[in-house]
Design a binder for this molecule. Structure first.
Ligand SMILES: Nc1ncnc2c1ncn2[C@@H]1O[C@H](COP(=O)(O)OP(=O)(O)OP(=O)(O)O)[C@@H](O)[C@H]1O
Ligand SMILES: [Mg+2]
Length: 242
C-alpha cells in the first residue's frame, strides 16, 4: 500500500484512494483561468497549516507579491507562513522579464534547470520541505527548443523532485479547444494528471475536474464539478456535471 499525502482540498482526496502518492510528481493541467495556481497553492497551504509539511513554490509566471495578494482573498496569510519557514516562494519570474526582485529566493538568469533544482535542494535542506509546486511547467518548457529536449528536461525535473522526497505538482497550460498541452509531452513525464475544465454551456461556464491518470492508484474516472469559493477550491465529488 502506498503512503498517501493528503491535499486537504475539500472533495479531492476521496477521489484518489486517500490522497496523492507520496514522493511522486503530478501534472495539473487546464486552460487559462481554470484555477491551477489556486489549487496547487492550496496543496502547499494545507500542508503547512494542517499537516505540518513545509512547501516550496516556484513562481515562473506571476511575481510573488501578486501571488500573496491574490491568495489573501481566500484569507490566507502567505507571508506569515514564509516567516515561520513552512512555505518558501522562489521568484523565477522577475529575473526572466528583467526586473529587480526583493524576494528572499530568486532564480538565476538565464534559466538553468540545475540551478533551480539546487535552490530547491538548499531550501529543502534548511526547512525539511515535503511538498513542491512548479507553476508552470509550460513556462519552463519555453526555455528549450524542441519537444524531445523539453520532455527530457521536464522528466529530469519531475524525477529529481521524487528522489528528493517531495510530493509535487507541476502546473501545465492547455490550449483551448484542442485539450492538448502546449508541448504535447508534459503528460508523459509525471505519475499522474489532474485536468481542470471551464467549459461553456449556453450562456454560462461550468468548472469541472477529472483525475485523468494516476499510476499505481485507483481513482475516480468521472468528471466532477468544482467551485472557487471565498475559502479556495472546493470539489463536489458526488455531483455530476450537466
Ligand atoms: N476570491 C475568489 N472567489 C472566486 N473566484 C476566484 C477568486 N479568486 C480568483 N478566482 C477565480 O480564479 C481564477 C484564477 O485562478 P488561477 O490564477 O488559479 O488560474 P490559473 O489556471 O492559474 O490561470 P493562468 O493560466 O492564467 O495562470 C480567476 O479567473 C477567478 O475566476
Ligand atoms: Mg496560474
Amino acid at each position: 500500500m502506498n503512503d498517501r499525502v493528503l491535499t486537504g482540498i475539500p472533495g479531492f482526496d476521496e477521489l484518489c484512494d486517500g490522497g496523492l502518492i507520496k514522493d511522486r510528481t503530478y501534472l495539473l493541467a487546464g486552460t487559462s483561468g481554470t484555477g491551477k495556481t489556486n489549487l496547487a497553492f492550496q496543496f502547499l497551504y494545507n500542508g503547512a497549516t494542517q499537516y505540518g509539511e513545509t512547501g516550496i513554490f516556484v513562481a515562473t509566471e506571476e511575481r510573488p507579491p501578486q501571488i500573496r495578494e491574490n491568495l489573501s482573498r481566500f484569507g490566507w496569510d502567505i507571508a506569515a507562513l514564509e516567516r515561520n519557514e513552512t512555505l518558501a516562494i522562489i521568484d523565477a519570474c522577475s529575473t526572466k522579464i528583467g526586473i529587480p526582485s526583493q524576494e528572499r529566493y530568486v532564480d538565476v538568469r538565464p534559466f538553468d534547470m540545475r540551478a533551480t533544482l539546487d535552490q530547491i535542494i538548499a531550501i529543502q535542506d534548511a526547512t525539511g520541505a515535503k511538498r513542491a509546486v512548479i507553476d508552470s511547467s509550460t513556462s519552463i518548457g519555453f526555455h528549450f527548443q524542441d519537444p524531445a529536449k523539453i520532455r527530457i528536461e521536464l522528466l529530469k525535473l519531475s524525477t529529481t523532485l521524487e528522489i528528493l522526497g517531495l510530493t509535487s505538482i507541476l502546473t501545465c497550460e492547455i490550449i483551448d479547444d484542442t485539450m492538448q498541452s502546449r508541448f504535447g509531452v508534459e503528460n508523459f513525464v509525471t505519475e499522474g494528471t489532474i485536468m481542470l475544465y471551464n467549459q461553456r454551456r449556453k450562456s454560462v461556464r461550468v468548472r469541472s475536474m477529472e483525475i485523468f491518470k494516476m499510476r499505481g492508484s485507483d481513482h475516480s474516472k468521472d468528471i466532477h464539478p468544482y467551485e472557487i469559493t471565498s475559502a479556495g477550491i472546493v470539489i463536489h465529488p458526488h455531483e455530476e456535471v450537466y
